[in-house]
Design a protein around this ligand. Structure first.
Ligand code: AMP
Length: 547
């Protein structure tokens, strides 16, 4: 027997119409490139998104066509986020920090018909135009007429100004309902190996993910919250925040392109941001700025950190010096992206001091709706004892089943789970902790050493700004950890002293065999350490030495 509840499909347009109807005055604030602040409301976002639907139709976009964006976090980008799925098209956010060849590849692979481009990417779109002309018909610069940049396109492509198009269109579109499994958005993974792969979200997966991340034990969003996603809108839908804020009526603060410590402190304080989300690198930049300027955070109470492991220093410094709680989440493009969040259960609620920090370093509990497990090399499930570590597997309604263009189900293991490529432990209370990417873990004499644990300890040294540990080939042990560190500005790193900080924190055989001081470390387009480049460069360091 089926239930007798109304079969309303979960539609992204319903999130927006809810915000417009029930939180009409809630603010959406954007920092523009010119340093000005644009303010309007969720009701305005809804009205302008309807106008944008008419624009898209005039540009020839139809159901399931892909609409690309090359843009920072701002209000026009937000309107593209809602207008495209609202008319059954697909919003394809592209990471502008990728190599232009990769960007052209992604645009062609997705067959984007129209591109919406921030003015700062005018040279980029000019450079790739000859390579994307077979798919892209129109380029719309996210600008008013006065600030239109110089752009040269290939023959057959047309150039437009966003505000001019919107001013010349009507807002008479009516949102419709259709199958909630219809594709809504497309995002390519950063692709540290091989070509980037597309993850295709649906109205259903997006809505369920947004509902869940808004929950108290996740981002804890209220109509009184003021949320700033530092995480870019081109990276996994800014972790779902543009949808969850509309759903809860929270104010959404979009920071534009300037994410340095001083700009962040300024916008967090002037816009009274209660919670902000991003990668550890941004928070380290903010911390350095606060310390050197003597400024404080006047409204921000919580920082969500994710995307890569948070160093303990970050958690301690924000708690002790600024009374801000750093909360840890984990996820990936294939998971929409949030999979786990570290909010305490009763047993962890009273933790203090080092115990608190130690616990906060864990990536957290699985979100309701998803499930996770860890398995050994043979696929056998491992115990939740906080010690055994194995490959982390997940499943649930906002986990991908296949990459864009591939057969449904082709990204899954035979038993239906998705292998994340992360290696993790799970403690008896269900808190998961990433120990490594499966390809970064160091296999020394058949035993595994976590590169993340070693990096976290290295950055607790007062002279170290950043650290990377890689598996270097070793004549006796197969692989041994090699530590690369960057000195803090004005400091000199003594390798012996860095090795000293490991004393009592890890088993002796985990100690890096060597510490190399380097000027800088390479990062991926999403700000993560590019270990593949380091491995290529330093893989044979110990072999060469022993030879
Ligand atoms: P992406 O798809 O680019 O978001 O990358 C996802 C990957 O980032 C995950 O598989 C993890 O390896 C890593 N990651 C994300 N969040 C965390 C975190 N909180 N701690 C450690 N690694 C993380």
């Amino acid at each position: 027997m089926l239930g007798l509840m109304q079969p309303h499909p979960l539609m992204i347009s319903s999130i927006l119409t809810h915000a417009a109807r029930h939180h009409a005055k809630a603010e959406v604030i954007s920092r523009t490139h010119e340093g000005e602040t644009h303010r309007y409301t969720w009701a305005d976002v809804e009205r302008r998104s309807r106008r944008l639907v008419r624009v898209l139709q005039k540009l020839g976009v139809g159901a399931q066509d892909r609409v690309g964006t090359l843009a920072w976090n701002g209000y026009r980008h937000l309107e593209v986020y809602y207008a495209t799925p609202g008319m059954q098209a697909i919003c394809h956010t592209i990471n502008p920090r990728l190599h232009p060849d990769d960007i052209a590849y992604i645009v062609n692979h997705a067959q984007d018909k129209v591109l919406f481009v921030d003015t700062s990417f005018a040279p980029l779109v000019t450079a790739i135009a000859p390579h994307i002309k077979d798919n892209v018909r129109a380029v719309v610069m996210l600008s008013d007429a006065a600030n239109m940049p110089e752009v040269t396109l290939a023959p057959g492509m047309t150039l437009h100004c966003y505000d001019t198009l919107l001013d010349g269109s009507d807002d008479d579109h009516t949102w419709t309902s259709f199958d909630e499994n219809t594709a809504s958005a497309l995002c390519y993974t950063s692709g540290t190996t091989g070509r980037p792969k597309g993850v295709l979200y649906s109205h259903r997966s997006t809505t369920l993910h947004a509902m869940t991340i808004a929950m108290p034990d996740v981002m804890c969003m209220h109509a009184t919250s003021r949320i700033l996603p530092v995480v870019p809108m081109f990276h996994v839908n800014a972790w779902g925040i543009p949808y969850a804020t509309a759903m809860t009526g929270a104010a959404l603060v979009l920071p534009g392109r300037h994410l340095d410590g001083a700009s962040m402190a300024n916008i967090l304080n002037t816009e009274r941001v209660s919670m902000t989300c991003g990668v550890p690198t941004v928070w380290l930049g903010l911390l350095q700025h606060l310390r050197s300027s003597g400024e404080t955070l006047t409204a921000t109470k919580r920082i969500m950190t994710g995307g890569s492991a948070a160093p303990p220093l970050l958690i301690e410094a924000f708690r002790d010096e600024y009374n801000v709680i750093v909360e840890h989440g984990w996820g990936m493009t294939e998971l929409s992206p949030v999979g786990t969040y570290n909010a305490p259960k009763p047993d962890q609620a009273g933790l203090t001091g080092d115990e608190f920090v130690r616990h906060t370093l864990k990536q957290g509990r699985i979100l309701p709706g998803l499930d996770m497990k860890i398995v050994d090399g043979d696929g056998k499930e491992l115990p939740w004892d906080g010690v055994a570590f194995g490959d982390l597997m997940v499943r649930g309604p906002w986990v991908t089943s296949a990459y864009y263009g591939d057969e449904p189900g082709s990204a899954l293991e035979p038993d239906g789970w998705f292998a994340t490529g992360d290696v993790a432990t799970i403690d008896p209370d269900g808190f998961m902790e990433i120990t490594d990417r499966s390809k970064d873990v160091i296999k020394s004499g058949g035993e595994w050493i976590s590169s993340i644990t070693l990096e976290n300890i290295a950055v607790s040294h007062p002279d170290v700004a950043e650290a990377a540990v890689i598996a270097a080939r070793h004549p006796k042990w197969d692989e041994r950890p090699l530590l690369l560190v960057v000195a803090r500005p004005g400091h000199t790193v003594d390798p012996a002293s860095v090795l000293g900080v490991y004393e009592g924190k890890v088993a002796k055989w985990w100690l890096p065999d060597q510490v190399l001081v380097v000027a800088e470390l390479p990062h991926t387009a999403t700000g993560k350490l590019q270990k593949m480049t380091l491995r290529t460069q330093y893989r044979d360091h110990y072999m060469t030495e022993s030879a």
